[in-house]
Design a protein around this ligand. Structure first.
Ligand code: GLC
Length: 500
């Protein structure tokens, strides 16, 4: 047993969580001031998106110094005392590590540029006299960029994010030192960014993903964790096929990986049942995730006709019914928190925030917007600063102007307003975290539109069908995502029943 086996982990996107310094960008001081909120919510751990020194070409996923904090967010001393404060509040801290690429301002990349073609410095990256394949960057356009002396380097994301050459021993040693650096400061684990990309076969189609050699890296990383008594863990960001994914979860590799098939499954009993079965068949701690800083917020996604679409796209055909989306997101929350394993909440999910789809184009910062030639609106709409209190922007987020504007309609969605309303999304999350079921999982027989399972002495039901269903015999209703109708479970509703 490990603490992660049934942990609820809250993702903090630092620039949008809370601003303690008044510059409109969230920071460590802000996060610290909201620790009581997180403790009251009842989470076990937080995962922080990158807080490292960065020119912010990709909101901090372009790291210039893996062992220091960007001045936008604070200082290393603040980070260290924040970790201690979180621990004192009973909250563990997982940090992001970005091993596939660094920033083009990282000293090693600057040294490689200065040293010129053929130098040992260039061997830390993928430099060639010409592109050796036709790979496209995930943000659009070629994955190769030419430098002034004529050579080209590989970047699977933005040109500001050169890919490391993981065949080089210096790269391996340097990341091992970074892991130890943060473990020595008390972190409880790492979320590994694009964990399936590190090793590449530049001459194979799709040779940037799931190469066999990557597993050896994680085996050596896992040995590092074993040297620490406080049970630190890994969670991999792996958009891999289930068969490839399972390999990363072998006992001597990563403890967990995000369950993206669950996130992208459409809002249908059969689709979700299948994902749950596939997940539980893997002999590793299951995880459940509905959203993060890269995908459309679940309230908006579940309000669309095609609920599996996770990206925000150009205007037509993607309208969302937010009343429907919110109802389903509430039901999804009780499903997620009812399942056995580790559950993730992305900041604002507990407030039922929708995607902001009408941000002024000139304010968009996600590199996908520029790289796609303005065809991909990018991910800024799920990164809008949180509404904390008050009736008008900036809703207690900052004393300055938030880096992205918050919709005026969020007045009813502030943490303050929702804390006072027992029917709010926040109250639902708080109650669900307080009463989260434990015990063995077993499916119960049900009609095709209903998911029904037990966890110890709690029965969970989710009705995806269009007609209300009868409840099984029970002692009491623990929680229901929307009110019952004549004692029946209505459409798009989840319930937890006490059934001793
Ligand atoms: C991951 C991150 C994403 C980032 C990308 C490149 O997918 O979640 O935000 O842009 O990696 O680092």
């Amino acid at each position: 047993m490990s603490w992660i086996d049934n942990a609820v982990i809250y993702q903090i996107y630092p620039r949008s969580f809370a601003d303690g310094t008044g510059d409109g960008i969230g920071d460590i001081a802000g996060i610290r001031s909201r620790l009581p909120y997180l403790a009251e919510l009842g989470i076990d751990a937080i995962w922080l998106s990158p807080w490292y020194t960065s020119p912010m070409a990709d909101a901090g996923y372009d790291v210039a110094n893996y062992r220091d904090i960007d001045p936008l967010f604070g200082t290393l001393a603040e980070a260290t005392s924040f970790i201690a404060d979180a621990h004192a509040a009973g909250i563990r801290v997982i940090v992001d590590i970005v091993p596939n690429h660094c920033s083009s301002q990282h000293p090693d990349f600057l040294a490689a540029l200065a040293a010129g073609p053929g130098s040992p410095e260039r061997e830390l990256f993928h430099f060639y006299d010409e592109p050796v394949n036709d790979w496209q960057s995930h943000f659009g356009g070629s994955a190769w960029t030419q430098v002034p002396d004529g050579q080209w380097y590989l970047h699977m994301f933005d040109p500001g994010q050169p890919d490391w050459n993981w065949e080089h021993p210096h790269v391996r040693a340097d990341f091992e030192a970074t892991l130890k650096f943060w473990l020595d400061r008390g972190v409880d684990g790492f979320r590994i960014d694009v964990a399936n990309h590190l090793i590449k076969d530049l001459h194979a189609e799709g040779g940037w993903v799931d190469q066999e050699g990557v597993h050896e890296i994680y085996r050596s990383w896992r040995k590092i964790l074993s040297g620490y008594a406080h049970e630190p863990v890994f969670v991999g960001e792996l958009w891999s096929e289930p068969s490839a994914l399972a390999k990363y979860l072998r006992p001597d590799e990563l403890n967990t990986a995000f369950n993206f098939p669950f996130l992208i499954a459409s809002w249908e009993a059969s689709a979700l049942r299948e994902v749950i079965d596939v997940t539980l068949a893997v002999p590793a701690t299951p995880t459940w995730v509905l959203s993060n800083h890269d995908v459309v917020r679940d309230v908006t996604r579940y309000g669309r006709t095609a609920t599996e679409h996770i990206w925000i796209m150009p205007p037509t055909g993607w309208e969302s019914d937010l009343t429907l989306g919110t109802r389903r997101a509430r039901a999804a929350a009780l499903l997620l928190l009812g399942l056995p394993g580790c559950a993730y909440i992305y900041q604002g999910e507990e407030l039922g925030l929708p995607e902001v789809e009408d941000l002024p184009r000139e304010l968009l910062q996600d590199p996908r917007w520029e790289r796609s030639g303005h065809t991909d609106y990018g991910r800024d709409g799920c990164r809008v600063p949180l509404p904390w209190s008050g009736t008008a922007p900036p809703f207690g987020f900052s004393s300055g102007e938030p880096w992205l504007p918050q919709p005026a309609s969020w007045a009813s969605l502030t943490a303050e307003a929702q804390a006072a309303d027992p029917t709010s999304m926040l109250s639902l999350y708080r109650a669900a975290l307080r009463h989260r079921p434990s015990g063995p999982f077993a499916w119960l027989a049900s009609t095709p539109d209903v998911l029904s399972f037990t966890r110890g002495d709690i029965t969970c039901l989710v009705n995806f069908g269009s007609t209300p269903v009868e409840l099984p015999p029970h002692q009491s209703v623990l929680l229901s995502s929307t009110p019952l109708v004549d004692g029946h479970l209505p459409t798009d509703t989840s319930i937890w029943l006490h059934t001793p």
